[in-house]
Design a protein around this ligand. Structure first.
Ligand SMILES: Nc1ncnc2c1ncn2[C@@H]1O[C@H](COP(=O)(O)OP(=O)(O)OP(=O)(O)O)[C@@H](O)[C@H]1O
Ligand SMILES: [Mg+2]
Length: 466
């Protein structure tokens, strides 16, 4: 992408309405534009990050054996009356009436709708286990929408729902989701810690929230500091293997880690004092097991092995896709701007031409651009006729992890400069060596490790969306 042809409306001024870094930087970097209270348009740069996050979520869900679907944003009130939540949900639900005076709502979540799909099509225990998920916009009329996309009213969520014959099966689905979430956040370069939480209007007893530690987080959390040393890493996992999933669950949830809603001073006191921490955190996901809370009132039963109908055991599992864009910036920025982790960066490489209009510099940039693009790297090429300082400031603000700087002086010596946004370190490198070097940097973030992905999700889809 050539910057001269791109739509990147960066702001010079710091927007006064933004209270936290991620909101400020998203506005300044031209990623979003507010459309109404808690409602945002996604501009090209922001949209690219959102899609990168979505893609990681899709890949990790499908790796765990979960099937993507897409349910509508608008729902009928009838289904919610069946579960009893139409009245119970309260003012956060945006209620709408259509021209025939039918009660509708903009979905804040989809337990009812997915249960309706399930009961219409699944009749036998032989068709279980089943997990369906989608990534769709939600609306919750939050009292205080704030912090940009972190607490919006309209926001993008991945929500998945498991259907199982027994409680044990459903708890395996719960553990499987926990493992897949650990992988998902790590691929984004984020540490999100599972913590025991409260289930709120979704219901049920078993629930964990995933929290990213950050001073600006809205949740108060208490934990044993040992938990921050845990990494899922590159280990292989067989999602059908109950013992394996359970072992990961035990490893990541046996130490004390709770949000304020479930915090227990007496239990916390058992953690050695030097390891006791209290901090703020951003909730980026939550998993629930709620048994037959929806299947019983809504008649979602299957015929069991003995021929008798049994209500299915369910759980639901959410990831805050749009909130993650903000959370990632909270965890990755400095005073010059954003510092994207390699896994979610909107472009892999920023290419800066120090002397646009100089024949040699233009030709070298074009060649580098073509070489990098040909091997699947996404390049944002600053070909504008601007001062070097302005070009660097834009690149620093939008936070691409790697910058290639090309100028006549370096070219005379046969080199260009490769700079890490995170460390600020630069190295001189021959233009022809750039492709290998950058492919090596990005391969771990885009190769599909673990269970082979079904086509077309192999290597070939490196730069296409799902
Ligand atoms: N208003 C919002 N704006 C952006 N993301 C949200 C919002 N509400 C929830 N999310 C994201 O969706 C995920 C799943 O939704 P869930 O029902 O667990 O939300 P929640 O517990 O009500 O969130 P919160 O406690 O932050 O209001 C959350 O973990 C969070 O990341
Ligand atoms: Mg939650």
């Amino acid at each position: 992408m050539r910057l001269s042809r791109y739509f990147l409306p960066v702001l010079k001024e710091t927007p006064a309405e933004a209270q936290i870094a991620s909101h400020r930087l998203m506005l300044r970097a031209g990623m979003i534009k507010q459309a109404g209270a808690g409602i945002y348009s996604w501009l090209p740069l922001g949209y690219r990050v959102l899609k990168k996050i979505e893609r990681i979520v899709h890949e990790e869900q499908q790796r765990a054996g979960h099937h993507p679907v897409l349910m509508p944003t608008l729902q009928t009130a009838e289904l919610w009356r069946e579960s009893g939540r139409y009245d119970a949900y309260g003012p956060e639900m945006l209620r709408i009436r259509d021209r025939h005076d039918r009660d509708m709502l903009y979905g804040p979540t989809n337990e009812e709708m997915i249960t309706d799909i399930f009961r219409s099509h699944v009749a036998s225990y032989k068709d279980l286990p089943l997990t369906l998920y989608h990534i769709q916009w939600k609306f919750r009329d939050e009292v205080r929408p704030r912090f940009g996309v972190m607490r919006g009213r309209e926001f993008l969520m991945k929500d998945g729902y498991n259907f199982d014959l027994t409680k044990e099966d459903a708890l395996h689905a719960y553990n499987r989701h926990l493992v897949s979430y650990l992988r998902t956040y790590e691929r984004m370069g984020l540490q999100a810690i599972p913590m025991r939480a409260d289930s709120g209007p979704i219901g049920g007893d078993d629930t964990h929230e995933f929290l990213v530690l950050a001073e600006t987080g809205e949740s108060e959390v208490f934990y044993d500091s040992e938990i921050t040393d845990l990494r899922f890493g590159e280990r292989e996992i067989d999602y059908d293997d109950r013992a394996q999933c359970e072992a990961v669950m035990a490893e990541f949830t046996s130490r004390y880690a709770r949000t304020d809603e479930t915090h227990d001073e007496a239990l916390f006191a058992e953690v050695p004092e030097a390891r006791r921490r209290s901090a703020r955190g951003i909730e980026v996901g939550q998993i629930f097991y709620f048994g037959t809370k929806y299947s019983e009132p809504m008649g979602a039963t299957v015929q069991g092995p003995d021929g008798k109908p049994v209500p299915v055991h369910m759980g639901s599992h959410g990831i805050g896709v749009s909130r993650l864009v903000g959370a990632l910036i909270e965890a990755n920025h400095d005073d010059k701007g954003i510092v994207w982790p390699e896994g979610v960066t909107p472009f892999h490489v920023g290419l800066v031409n120090l002397k646009t209009g100089d024949g040699d510099a233009d030709a070298a940039c074009q060649k580098i651009y073509d070489q990098l693009t040909a091997c699947g790297l996404e390049v944002l090429y600053d070909d504008r006729d601007e001062r070097a300082g302005a070009k660097f400031a834009t690149m620093d603000l939008i936070g691409l992890p790697w910058r290639v700087t090309v100028g006549p002086r370096g070219l005379k010596n046969g080199v260009v400069e490769l700079t890490s946004r995170r460390t600020g370190d630069s190295e001189e490198i021959a233009p022809d060596a750039l492709t290998d070097r950058l492919c090596e940097i990005y391969a771990p973030h885009h190769a599909h490790v673990g269970r082979p992905m079904p086509e077309p999700m192999g290597k070939r889809s490196f730069h296409t969306w799902i």
